[in-house]
Design a protein around this ligand. Sequence first.
Ligand code: SF4
Ligand code: SF4
Length: 280
Amino acid sequence: MRIDPTKCVACGNCTYVCPMGAIYIDPVIERATVNRDECVECYACFNGLSQEHLNPTMVRTVRKLFKMMRLRFDPEPDVCPTAAFAPEELVWPRVVRRAFSDPRVPHESTGVEGRGTEEVKTNDVSGRVKVGEVGFTIELGRPGVGVWFRQIQEMATQLALIGVTFEKRNPITSLMSDVATGTIREDIMNEKVLSAIIEIKVPIERTEEIIRLVQTVEKRLDTVVALGVATRCDPDGEERIVAPILAGLGYKLERAKTNTGLGRATNPSNTVTISEVVAK
Ligand code: SF4
Ligand code: SF4
């Protein structure tokens, strides 16, 4: 994202809507400026503020006059008074920032909008997590923090070292140059996104091993990591195998979601609902 300095009147409204704190008023030029390293191209500033088309010179003059009288002339907080945002035509590799940070932009690899695939929400139909398996979503980054692809790679390569399989229909997997080692393509290493989700699944017996590894790697990463654990319920709608493992690791469990088959099962074996436990 760029801000046109000839239009900006430095009202500061946009500084409050940027989830990365990437917009600041440059005291030298007295205009709002975007920190290009921190901007994840989420477009929250451009889409979140109404664009008015006041004359910048007129607004600056009025603001100066008011200031001389020790008064303030500020636009409504939800507008950019002079439509100063100038979105760029994003090209590779910077365009990946937008794909992972603006939930309305579909990932070309999956056609699914947002940061990941549908995770396990449609498991009744897709049957990705089967009886005896655990699915993990390892989400790196958050608004206000973000995550670099080099940090995502650090987590992915460590997971690959212990022989996990990455979900094929996941956008991060599609950006790996070597899925066997979890290596992500070199040309996006210096790109930053709001957040991204690695998806894997393993046999239930490996639940503790995966969680302990994620905990170890997470300590080395200067970002936020949230771990989602998903498994199938038994015919009573309960889950008595993975839950004790998580409780033994010190997690206080709450039933976050129970997805009860709102889709039509295309695979007869997929008739058991799935319970998703979120341990953060
Ligand atoms: S809202 Fe518009 S005019 Fe105000 S500081 Fe931001 S870019 Fe400049
Ligand atoms: S596109 Fe998003 S991250 Fe970039 S300046 Fe605008 S709000 Fe901030």
